[in-house]
Write a protein that binds this ligand. Sequence first.
Ligand SMILES: O=C(O)CCC(=O)C(=O)O
Length: 244
Amino acid sequence: MSETFTDAPVCRRGGATHWPAMTRWSLPYLSRLFQEEQLLLTTDLAASAPVRKMAFPEYCSYVARSGVAGQRGHSFYATYFQPLASEKLAGDWQLPGYENLFLDLPSEVVTQYLRRFGWLLLSPRDGKASRHTDLFATYAWLAVIWGRKHILVWSPQDADSAPLMECWLEAGDLLYIPPLYPHQIVNVEPTLSVTLNGIRRHQVPQLRAAAVADYAGWRRHWQLAGQQSLVDSHFGIAAETELH
Ligand SMILES: O=C(O)CCC(=O)C(=O)O
């Protein structure tokens, strides 16, 4: 299903409540599933480099402890935990139906896309992403599985003014953030969410410009996945970079 919607931030209350993840993805369940995983932790998902490593089960206990009354100062946040392409989670979550041209790529590239543009975000209370815009001028959707987030979104044209949107996102809620809209997120409770970046047809020129402007970053992103030339041709980036 493809959904028409304007390029403005939109919160869809209860948009993900039907996902099996809502009842399945408890901390003990995920801890068992990813017990071999090592996470890189940062103190600000949007701004700081990783500061330490932690085994996934240990991080789950850390997240749980942060929710206990009187416990403060749990600010480590796991970066780049990207299991959306994982068979272990398949069927538990759904694409919300926003138009997304990455999904028109061949299936092996779509798998790499889900790995590189999809995140399972597991945050302790107070885990944060300071104000930022998302990579390569992509939009993002974000669904909360459990917990609560405080979110501010600014208009790109008016980024120095008051936020355009303030909302508290709760279990089952789904948020759409358009490309280049600055946003800031604080997890006010231990929170599990899923986010995926995508691109709509009319946004492709913005993606192309951003990818050409940071071609080294774009290349790193897709070279690791071994799919760079295919993705470049799909979005007309190959033609642009030949000109520059
Ligand atoms: O939800 C969060 O905690 C941060 C997510 C975010 O801002 C992003 O993935 O760009």
